[in-house]
Design a protein around this ligand. Structure first.
Ligand code: M6R
Length: 607
């Protein structure tokens, strides 16, 4: 992960680097650092922890210079302290890196034998010394960087800067994203267009295997053999305003509350509410001719894919395989020539999801991506991009991106069902009408936050929580558990309610609340039986249901959160909100860092 930036500018560069890093903090926040060249000399400031610590350091010890590189870190090799913070130096060179150098151990040994000593535990420092060794042998900077790059295996986005040259940064990309930003008499490098948005929206994205020589008034891109390559320059949609929290305490809270609006925007993009139909899409395949759909994603996006399996199979009679991308990419899955593949990702940069996409692409399978960041690598490498219109999601815990992913997938399932003749036009109209009501129900559910806050106050006293659900509520149970563990650090598991008796029931006691997601649906009675099993063993139940379910659930609960009765197809979208609020308030009570929980990053560009 990590975010990197480079600026060859014409005004003091340190504040500009910090501004760009603020916009990259979603990629990691274990430590941060910048380096500049002033009067020919390299200098750096680094600080452990969030960017604010670096800012404080720079206030006390400012850095001059018109050229610089910066980094915000998500630790892979070495603990997140100042010594391991980037930029890393060797004699005459400074480097920032996002990714993992897989052959770093052997390179380290080789460099040690040559007399180089290491001050950090990072893999990045080998790159600095590789370049430094070439410079020491009299190789000019650009060639020195190229020679070093050719020695690297693994994933990297790099920015390299040199002592004595105030008009040169070398960038390179193999895996994690890197973009060149074009200014007037100034040039930029950044992990994404959002980082560069305050300076320019004229962007050239590097492709894997590219490296670039950036100077104030020119740039040149090469492949690893050193041949010049041309990449398209484009206008970025990246917004230059810094998203703020408005009146909310945390981005997560704001993003939860934005859901009625962004779900409405997203659904309106795919559904024609006036005519009661799904909108035609320019897809690289015909739903009617598919024998299979493959969906691959990570984390919350994977769980959105899992919910959609129920929709595609039930409504469109289309078999769906859903996989965690890190498993899919190496499993050597045989793919049908009559299949299509969907990849779901908020950031559009998740390394495992991208690798899965490339696997399917190589097999000739048509690719659709459901992404929130439209200029991301996953979007650019797909045959068709099916955007979620969630707007920037800043909180590390995914909330509005999830419900927007569900909105896209539900709309696609309806489209597929109509295309395959699995539903009549009357049924299609009814489903579109039901989906159009999701924003209204979501808004109603947000009004329950007082009650949910009260439940969370209680939940914050426990160390373990079990989430249960059946059907689409099973992936939702896993999402509830994921949300809770990632921001409150309470150990939580999500299980299919029917699976309880095959093992997890042994965990049930008074110390482990069981949250059951059970709207009054086709299998409600089965879930009630599972709740009885929990109650019989002294388990404390928190039931999330609807009016009908609350009236029919013949079991004592610690608390029942009652949502309005709603059409089945929108339940997974709307029921996501109470589980998000539950995690949010629990984390607030526990005093954790809600928007930037420990050990995590928003965009996961390493495998
Ligand atoms: O950007 P992506 O949607 O590809 O990210 C996938 C996961 O890393 C992400 O959903 C993660 O699980 C969230 N932090 C969960 O809230």
């Amino acid at each position: 992960m990590c975010g990197i930036v480079g600026i060859v500018g014409h005004s003091p560069v340190a504040p500009l680097l910090v501004e760009a890093l603020k916009r990259l903090e979603y990629r990691g926040y274990d430590s941060a650092g910048i380096a500049t060249v002033e009067h020919g000399e390299l200098a750096r400031r680094r600080a452990e922890g969030k960017l604010v610590n670096l800012q404080r350091k720079l206030d006390g010890e400012p850095l001059g210079g018109l050229i610089g590189i910066g980094h915000t870190r998500w630790a892979t090799h070495g603990v997140p302290n100042e010594t391991n913070a980037h930029p890393h130096f060797s004699d005459g060179v400074a480097i920032v890196h996002n990714g993992i150098i897989e052959n770093f151990a052997e390179l380290r040994e080789e460099l040690k034998k040559d007399g180089y000593s290491f001050t950090s535990q990072t893999d990045t420092e080998v790159v600095a010394h590789l370049v430094g060794r070439e410079l020491a042998a009299g190789v000019p900077p650009v060639e020195a960087a190229h020679r070093a790059l050719k020695r690297l295996e693994g994933a990297f986005a790099l920015a390299i800067m040199f002592r004595g040259d105030e008009d040169l940064i070398v960038g390179a990309r193999n895996g994690p994203p890197l973009a060149v930003g074009h200014g007037k008499g100034e040039m930029f490098l950044g992990s994404d267009a959002i980082a560069l948005a305050p300076f320019t929206n004229s962007i050239t994205y590097l492709e894997d295997g590219d490296w670039v020589v950036v100077r104030r008034n020119e740039f040149a891109i090469f492949d690893m053999e050193g041949n010049p390559v041309k990449r398209k320059r484009q206008q970025s949609l990246g917004t230059s305003f810094m998203v703020d929290k408005g009146n909310h305490r945390h981005f997560m809270e704001k993003e939860i509350h934005e859901q009625p609006e962004v779900i409405a925007h997203t659904l309106a993009h795919y559904l024609d509410f006036a005519n009661g139909t799904s909108r035609p899409l320019d897809l690289p395949f015909d739903f009617a001719k598919l024998d299979r759909l493959t969906i691959s994603a990570c984390g919350t996006a994977y769980l959105a894919g899992l919910v959609s399996k129920y929709w595609f199979e039930r409504l469109a009679k289309l078999p769906v395989d859903v996989d965690i991308a890190s498993e899919f990419r190496y499993r050597e899955v045989p793919l049908s020539t009559k299949s299509a593949a969907f990849f779901v990702s908020q950031s559009g940069e998740t390394a495992d999801t991208l690798a899965s996409l490339r696997y399917c692409k190589a097999a000739g399978v048509p690719i659709g991506s459901i992404v929130n960041v439209r200029e991301s690598t996953i979007a650019r490498e797909s045959d068709v991009t099916l955007p979620t219109l969630a707007g920037p999601e800043i909180g590390v815990a995914s909330t509005k991106a999830f419900t927007c992913q569900l909105s896209v997938l539900a709309s696609l399932a309806v489209r597929a069902a109509a295309a395959r003749g699995a539903i009549s036009s009357e049924e299609e109209r009814a489903m579109v009408r039901s989906l159009s009501e999701a924003p209204r129900y979501a808004a109603q559910v947000l009004k329950l936050d007082g009650q949910i806050e009260k439940v969370a106050r209680e939940l914050a006293h426990y160390k373990h929580v079990l989430y249960l659900g059946r059907d689409t509520n099973y992936p939702l149970a896993m999402e509830g558990a994921l949300k809770l563990k990632e921001i409150s650090y309470i150990h939580a598991e999500g299980y299919a309610a029917g699976e309880l008796k095959h093992g997890p029931i042994a965990l049930i006691d008074e110390q482990m609340p069981v949250i059951v997601i059970a709207p009054h649906d086709r299998i409600f009675e089965k879930t009630v039986s599972n709740m009885q099993e929990v109650a019989a063993r002294g388990g404390k139940i928190i039931l999330i249901t609807d009016t009908k379910g609350a009236a029919r659930a013949t079991v004592d609960t610690m608390e029942t959160i009652v949502l309005p009765d709603m059409p089945e197809i929108i339940a997974p979208i709307v029921y996501a909100l109470p589980i998000q609020l539950l995690a949010y308030y629990t984390a607030v009570f526990m005093g954790t860092d809600v928007d930037q929980p420990r050990n995590l990053a928003k965009s996961v560009t390493v495998e």
